[in-house]
Write a protein that binds this ligand. Structure first.
Ligand SMILES: Nc1ncnc2c1ncn2[C@@H]1O[C@H](COP(=O)(O)OP(=O)(O)OP(=O)(O)O)[C@@H](O)[C@H]1O
Ligand SMILES: [Mg+2]
Length: 206
């Protein structure tokens, strides 16, 4: 895929803070937009269809797989999650950056389709803190929390396949790290040449 924008893919075990970090990034950086995923899981709390996710039933989700609508999809904790091609491609073609928050399987699928994707893994500072965050969030039963922690052991083993690692201990520090990754990407030669075409031309650089 030949695109102008960057695709940032953020993965992390449940409770590490990826949604919090991505949300905070988008609040301070209008150049980054989310790609809203489809899911078969039920909405939590204040979640709205089309905002956090497109909530669809399993039959609809499977029809979309058949139709090849998904850039990637995966089954996580018994539910299916997918990223529609349409959503991402349109924005990137227009030069915008896209940030995707998905599990590691989805992240690696994306890299296979789009080698320039920037893969970022968010780590919690410790097991104790990860458990505490899931408990404090108060959205999952003890049983679901244990399932999430068990899955996290396998997920952490994938961190070596990612380009960048953020340790989300102090939130502001982790947000700074995320902003730094996004910023560095925008300073790459190809991006600078596109954005500052006039300067390059004035300097007689092709
Ligand atoms: N640095 C931090 N210090 C303390 N608490 C944090 C920090 N970052 C996030 N949290 C809290 O931890 C909880 C989990 O964070 P969040 O929901 O962003 O995780 P997630 O990775 O998106 O999880 P999931 O995969 O289940 O969606 C939230 O209650 C959030 O407010
Ligand atoms: Mg989340």
């Amino acid at each position: 895929m030949d695109t102008l924008g960057n695709l940032f893919v953020v993965a992390a075990p449940s409770g590490s803070g990826k949604s919090s970090l991505v949300k905070a990034l988008m609040e301070v950086d209008v150049g980054v937009a989310p790609s809203v995923s489809h899911t078969t899981r039920a909405p939590r709390g204040q979640e709205k269809d089309g905002r956090e996710y497109f909530f669809v039933d399993r039959a609809t989700f499977d029809r979309m797989i058949e139709a090849g609508d998904f850039f990637e999809w995966a089954q996580v904790h018994g539910n299916r999650y997918g990223t529609s091609r349409q959503a991402i491609a349109a924005r990137m073609q227009a030069g915008g950056d896209v940030v995707l928050e998905i599990d590691w399987q989805g992240a690696l699928q994306i890299r296979r389709l789009f080698a320039n994707a920037i893969l970022i893994f968010v780590l919690p500072p410790s097991w104790d803190e990860l458990r505490a965050r899931l408990q404090r969030r108060g959205e999952d039963s003890d049983e679901v929390i244990e399932l999430r922690l068990a899955n996290a052991r396998e997920e952490l083993a994938q961190v070596n396949q990612f380009d960048y690692v953020i340790i989300n201990e102090v939130f502001e520090r982790a947000l700074f790290d995320l902003k730094a990754i996004v910023h560095a990407q925008r300073l790459r030669f190809s991006a600078q040449k596109r954005v500052h075409a006039d300067t390059f031309k004035a300097l007689d650089i092709d």
